[in-house]
Design a protein around this ligand. Structure first.
Ligand code: HDE
Length: 485
């Protein structure tokens, strides 16, 4: 055999004699169970699919790097941000939200923008979207919200009545609904959209001083969107249009890049700011808290294997590194549980040992065993802490910092919050052409809604945001802006 001809083998490494014909008793005899190569091929094939992500199932990924371009060390001690010029490898996954793994890319939907920084202090995941806000502000409503975005349990079809019923009964969604129904609801490609951390996080510097922070990734490719009819055509002709476009751009050396900025809020401002700065349905005014440049993200390498790198990638907003911490944002707090829980279920308890998820920094802990533990499992090293055998020990200087909290432990309503100003501000920012397309997109989406009561309730919300906004939707639906619903 020539030196580079490889033997086909079974998974246990034995060379396979015949991969074309099952073993039978004679030409016409029954297949023999001793054909273990046949058995293994069929059994492994049955187990090729891992559960798809319950949201953000359809996605595309790429490798790249982050380079610091501005000194932000007076705000954070995070090592990957410690000096201008410093580069950190990263992996990003873009995605849609509601569709299944085989669904179309060019749908009207927020886009996932999940970045894994392989920093020297462990992985830091920034798991955001292409919009700065979200539909709801409390994790407890998320499963219900996603149910309305998925398929009706009886018809197995998308159900616009459920979508608008939920939104009309959850007015905090108005800001994100306006963004979703605007031109930015269908990005032209994954490269021509911004990315956001969405939540408020906390940065802490070397002196232990904290600030609240919001992240903004600004695309260097410029914002480009698809018209609704063009997107619908593409969804039919090439459901993987965004996936293919990103892959080809990187393959051809046309590396997409984003500039990362942050908004910084002094801790004490949170107590007096005109609205709850931890409410992820709202943005902070850039007049109040201007954008500060941090660095630049460049994507310059495609995955070698989609399943190994993109399907098995696991991101969590809870993978903090020293210098970056949580805020009391209720949605973020819920996500701190949900993501790692999803990964343990979908990929396995040792998902962080997979190459795509494994930190490039050392990992030393007392976690042992669990399915598919293939890294030596700590060998014969000490397997408990505290111990007298020099095992890895805690580093108090890396303890998370505290922040003052107060109040009664109970479920607190936020009905009294303002859900309209920022949606109205956004509407008034749009040009006449953009407003016309926004109104048309909403009218087309609301037309099939079964109950008029739902339409009237939702029109009221648009009207409270801006009377013209509500009136134009009502006219488009042949309804009046009813004062009472
Ligand atoms: Fe997610 N989200 N999410 N989400 N999310 C998931 O993680 C969840 C939310 C986002 O490319 C899941 O592995 C809860 C906001 C992205 O792999 C799951 C809540 C934002 C991705 C999950 C939210 C996001 C996910 C699905 C309400 C933008 C894809 C399977 C508290 C700031 C990451 C999985 C990737 C994925 C839970 C809301 C963005 C189930 C409970 C807000 C980009 O864990």
């Amino acid at each position: 055999m020539s030196e580079n001809k490889k033997n086909l083998t079974t998974s246990w490494g034995a060379p396979v004699g015949d991969n074309q014909n099952s073993m039978t008793a004679g030409y016409r005899g029954p297949t023999l169970i001793q054909d273990v190569h046949l058995l293994e091929k069929l059994a492994h094939f049955n187990r090729e699919r891992v559960p798809e992500r319950v949201v953000h199932a359809k996605g595309a990924g790429a490798h790249g790097y982050f380079e610091v371009t501005n000194d932000v060390t007076n705000y954070t001690k995070a090592k990957f941000l410690s000096e201008v010029g410093k580069r950190t490898p990263l992996f990003i996954r873009f995605s849609t939200v509601a569709g299944e793994n085989g669904s179309a890319d060019t749908v009207r939907d927020p886009r996932g923008f999940a970045v894994k920084f392989y920093t020297e202090d462990g992985n830091y995941d920034l798991v955001g979207n292409n919009t700065p806000v979200f539909f709801i502000r409390d994790a407890i409503k998320f499963p219900d919200f996603i149910h309305t975005q998925k398929r009706d349990p009886r018809t197995h079809l998308k159900n616009p009545t459920a979508v608008w019923d939920f939104w009309s009964l959850s007015p905090e969604s108005l800001h994100q609904v306006t963004i979703l129904m605007s031109d930015r609801g269908i990005p032209a490609t994954y490269r021509h959209m911004h990315g956001f951390g969405s939540h408020t996080f906390k940065w802490v510097n070397a002196e232990g001083e904290g600030v609240w922070v919001k992240y903004h990734f600004k695309t260097e490719q410029g914002i480009k969107n698809l018209a609704t009819d063009v997107a619908a055509k593409l969804a039919g002709e090439n459901p993987d249009y965004h996936t293919e476009e990103l892959f080809n751009a990187i393959e051809n050396g046309d590396f997409p890049a984003w500039k990362l900025y942050v908004q910084i809020m002094p801790l004490e401002d949170a107590n007096t700011y005109r609205f709850d700065p931890f409410d992820v349905t709202k943005v902070w005014s850039q007049k109040d808290y201007p954008l500060i440049e941090v660095g630049r993200m460049v994507l310059d390498k495609n995955p070698e294997n989609y399943f190994a790198e993109v399907e098995q990638a696991t991101f969590s907003p809870g993978t903090f590194v020293p210098g970056i911490e949580a805020s009391p944002d209720k949605m973020l707090q819920g996500r701190l549980f949900a993501y790692a829980d999803a990964h343990r279920y979908r990929v396995g308890v040792n998902h962080n040992h997979l190459p795509i998820n494994r930190p490039k920094s050392d990992v030393h802990n007392y976690q042992r065993d669990g399915q598919m533990r293939f890294d030596g499992n700590g060998g014969g090293s000490v397997y408990y802490e505290p111990n007298s055998f020099g095992g890895p020990a805690e580093s108090p200087e890396n303890k998370q910092t505290g922040y003052l909290v107060s109040g009664v432990a109970e479920s607190v309503s936020y009905d009294h919050h303002d859900h309209y100003t920022q949606a109205g501000d956004l509407y008034r920012l749009l040009s006449e052409e953009e407003r016309t397309r926004l109104v048309q997109n909403i009218v087309d989406s609301m037309k099939p809604v079964e109950k008029e009561e739902i339409k009237l309730r939702q029109i009221q919300h648009f009207y409270k945001a801006d009377p013209e906004y509500g009136t134009r939707i009502a006219q488009g639906l042949g309804l009046s802006v009813s004062k009472e619903v």
